[in-house]
Structures are given as C-alpha cells and as structure tokens.
Ligand binder design. Structure first.
Ligand code: ATP
Length: 497
C-alpha cells in the first residue's frame, strides 16, 4: 500500500485533501491522471449500465434532500456505527473493529489485550498476550486468545480492556451509537427547523423520484433507475487510503421488479452482471469472491445481500453490495409522504409497490482495486543487455487515463515533430493521448508504463521517408511492431469502448 500511495502522489493520481494545511482525515483529491481514471470508471459504468440497455434510465438528484427523506429511509434513527471512546487519549474507535481477548494462563485470567482489526488481528492479540504474560512474570500454559469485538464485551469487561492508544485499561467507554450522517443547515436560520443532511447514499434519490420517472412514461417493469454521485459519511475511522473515506462517490442502480417476480433469480443475475463488469474493466477473477450476508444479520426487510469482495493488500473487503430490499424503501416513502408509490399491472389490473434489487458500488473502491491489481515491478533487460527495474500499471485500455502516447524519435528534426504532432492532434479528438518528445525513447516508455498507458507510438524516419508506418509498442509484452494509421484507429476502436 505504501508503494501505491507514493506512486499516486508522485504521478498525480491522488493527493491528500488540503495538504498545504496538514490535510483533513478521510478526504482526498484526484490529480490530473486520477481524475481521468475516475472519469473512465464512471463513463464505462454509465455506458454499460444505462446507455447500452433499454431497461435502465439514469438520473441525477441533489445531494441535500428534504430531511423527511432520511427519516422515512431509517437513516436518522438507524444509520449508526457503534463507537467506543478512549477517555485518556481522546481517540475514537469503531467498536466492531476493536478486538480484545482475555489472557488465560492455566485457567486463570491474568488480564486483557486489545488490537485494531487488520489482516492479522488474531496474531497481534496472541503476541500481546505473550508479552503480558512475560511482563507479569506468570508461569504456566498460555491458552490461545479468543477474539471478540467491543460490541460483544460484557459490562464488567470494558474497564479491563486496554485502550489501543495507551496500552492501559480503564479508559475505554461502553459502545454507543454514532450517527454517520453529516448535518448542515439550510437557509439563514440555524435551528432545529433548518437541519438537513448531506446524503449518505445516492439510492434515496432514486426512490424519492420513482413516481416522477414512472409518470414521464419511459419505463415498464422490470426497469432500473441509476445514478452516479457523491455521498458523505462521517466514518469514525476512515482508513486504508481511499477505501474508507468520508466523502466518496457511489454508482447505484435500483432495479424494480414485479412483487411476484422471482427475486432470487433476479438477484443472481445482477451479481453475475456486476462480476462480469468488473472483469470487463480489467479486474482479475482471482481477486474476486462472493460473500452472502448471514440471514440473521440482515435488516428485517432484506431478503438477501451478497457482496462482491476484492482481495486488497490489507485483506478481502467489500467492493460491491447487491441487496434484495423487497418493497421496503418505496413503502416507507409512501407511508411518510402519503403519495402512493405504486405501479399499475395491466395483466392483473392490480396496483402494487414494486420490489427492488440494488447493486451499490463505490467508484473510489474500484479505483483502488484497479491500482492494487494492476501494479507490478519487474526486471527487464534493455537492448544493451542492462537489467533495470520497471514499474508498470497493467490497466485495461477501457479505463487507462492515457490511451496512447505519441513520440517523435528525435525532437530536433522538425519533420518528425510535425508528423507526431499531427497524429497527436488527430487522436486527441477521440481519446486521451499524451505527446512526449523529451529524453531517450526507453525513458519515455517507462514513464508511460508507470501510469498504465497501453500503447506508445514512435514516429521515425521510415514514417516520413517510406510508407507512413510507425512503431507501436505494447505496454504488457513490451513488443514493438510497425503499424499503419488505420490499423491503430481500428485497434483503439475495438479496445477502448
Ligand atoms: P462498509 O460495510 O464497508 O462500511 P457498507 O456496507 O456500509 O460498506 P453500502 O452502504 O452498501 O456500504 O454502500 C455501497 C458501496 O459504497 C460499498 O460497497 C462501497 O463500495 C461504497 N462505500 C461505502 N462506504 C464507503 C466509504 N466510506 N468510502 C468509500 N466507499 C464506500
């Protein structure tokens, strides 16, 4: 992760927000290459999800909505994470991410240890238990630690668990609910009547506008409403770079189906669609898996939720959640607003609230997955036999920030420069391209490898003196071949879609 974070900063993918003021935790800026890559992720999703389907329409709703939306949706009462305070250090932890265990020697509890969730929580707790045993100079057999998180701690245990900040027990509080919605005030008055929230998800925009979309007459069941936009959550512990931040972007789609439809089959279809889509933008199948939420942990209205998980360097984590939500959301809005949220079924002459399947994913999490899966360091041998390191981002042409880099072989030969610039201008009309004339060709290739550019073309003397062909160099194989302009255009047309 450290190498990736450094690359992101060095090459202008991602910066810490407000860095000149020391940064602000949980907020990030996307630099020139990051903004391109992110836009490509959004555009691919929008094209495949909305434009290339006849059953899904796209909308764009406001970030601040009527506060009643969030009462009806359950967010005001229930969009909470369990929070534990450390009174000594003033640090705050998510109770379900703070693990502890009694330290038991020969059947006697000699104390407690704690550790924050990581890919090696159990090992960290075991090591801490061994250290405690040594510190207390207790003889006997140390039993294996038994992991529990702070939401499972008994009242009498809380005072005995050491704070991760100080290493001492006695300063942690019992878990309490912390609402993650950011509050603001709308208008000149700052009182209870002006309270509003920054949306914590884009989904409610689709539910609140359901009737408007249906009444404008473009849709028939089953159909979907999709949206891409910013969401905000006051996460207690933003972490793992852009994986969990406080301002992020979501791509969500609500797929409305008949109340009698086979929801499980539809749910499965969407899980498959999402997986295929991730493969289409270059994520390797080897890093993807599925996790079915256990029935007992589902919200009462939920019929099933499956997450597509991705193997990040810090562990296997949720990338995309696909939830079967029944008629809950529209039903809640019907009750709260008094406006019927129904569809008329011509076949049965019945009115009913449609059910919904919701695939919800974060753009930033996809961005991070792409970088993690694509990053490689390799040893390569140049023409002179020297071995050197190359850093390469193996990004799919669909989402690579730069599609083609155009080089004149030499910058002091006006005819080469003119031809290269003309090709660059032509390509620029359709693609993100980069012109580079400085340094040896090998160095120019390396600079493009590091940012994931799939192809480089070099204009040389053969181009202008012979048949107009130029060298095409491929990022992954590093192979070079001569190619004519129409062939390059056809290659781009096929691979960048
Ligand atoms: P988590 O359990 O990781 O907090 P969640 O189950 O609360 O996520 P959802 O409410 O289902 O997430 O949101 C849908 C998607 O939005 C997630 O799958 C994820 O890709 C993205 N997402 C949610 N929270 C964040 C965040 N704080 N930062 C970045 N992306 C997020």
């Amino acid at each position: 992760m450290e190498t990736l974070v450094a690359l992101c900063k060095r090459r202008g993918f991602i910066f810490q927000s407000s860095e000149i003021y020391g940064g602000i935790n949980g907020f990030f800026d996307y630099g020139p290459l990051g903004a391109e890559l992110k836009k490509n992720i959004r555009d691919c999703w929008w094209d495949d999800m909305v434009r290339r389907r006849d059953d899904i329409v796209g909308i764009e709703t406001s970030i601040i909505m009527h506060p009643k939306v969030w009462e009806a949706s359950g967010h005001v009462a229930g969009f909470t994470d369990p929070l534990v305070d450390c009174k000594a250090s003033k640090q705050r932890y998510r109770a379900d991410q703070l693990f502890f265990s009694p330290v038991v020697v020969d059947g006697n509890t000699i104390g407690y240890v704690s550790a924050l969730e990581s890919e090696r929580t159990a090992e960290a707790l075991q090591e801490a238990a061994e250290t405690l045993k040594r510190k207390k100079a207790v003889q006997g057999k140390l039993e294996p630690v038994q992991l529990r998180d702070m939401t499972e701690a008994k009242a009498e245990e809380i005072a005995l668990v050491p704070s991760p900040a100080t290493g001492e027990p006695g300063s942690l509080t019992a878990p309490r609910s912390f609402n993650m919605m950011f509050q603001t005030n709308v208008g000149a008055m700052t009182d209870a009547s002006s309270v509003a929230y920054l949306r914590p998800e884009t989904a409610q925009g689709m539910f609140a506008d359901f009737k408007n979309v249906v009444d404008t007459g473009r849709v028939k069941l089953p159909f979907g409403i999709a949206q891409i936009g910013k969401s905000f959550r006051n996460e207690i512990t933003p972490r793992n770079f852009i994986f969990r931040s406080r301002e992020f972007e979501q791509m969500e789609m609500e797929y409305f189906i008949h109340e009698d439809a086979d929801w499980a089959a539809c749910h499965r279809q969407w899980i498959n669609w999402c997986k295929d889509w991730l493969l289409s933008i270059g994520l390797p199948a080897s890093h993807l898996s599925e996790f079915d939420h256990p029935k007992e942990k589902l919200a009462f209205y939920s019929r099933g939720t499956t997450d597509i998980m991705f193997r990040y360097p810090f562990g296997v984590q949720e990338l995309w959640g696909i939830a079967a939500r029944g008629a809950y959301d529209l039903g809640q809005h019907e009750k709260a607003s008094g406006v019927p949220q129904v569809i008329f079924d011509e076949a049965t002459k019945k009115r009913f609230i449609p059910h919904v399947i919701e695939p919800a994913v974060g753009v930033d999490r996809i961005f991070l997955a792409i970088l993690c899966a694509g990053y490689a360091e390799e040893e390569v041998t140049d023409d002179k036999g020297n071995v050197e390191k190359r850093t390469v981002l193996r990004l799919s042409p669909r989402i690579a920030p730069v599609k083609v880099a155009v080089f004149p072989l030499l910058k002091n030969k006006p005819e080469l420069v003119a031809r290269a610039q003309a090709l660059h201008k032509k390509l620029q009309r359709r693609y993100a391209v980069f012109y580079d004339e400085s340094g040896a060709i090998g160095r120019r290739y390396r600079r493009q490898d590091e940012i994931g550019t799939p192809w480089c073309v070099t204009i040389d003397f053969e181009t202008i003196e012979k048949d107009g062909s130029f060298t095409l160099r491929e990022r992954d194989s590093m192979q070079q071949r001569r190619i004519q302009e129409p062939e390059l255009m056809a290659l781009l047309d096929e691979q960048v879609y």
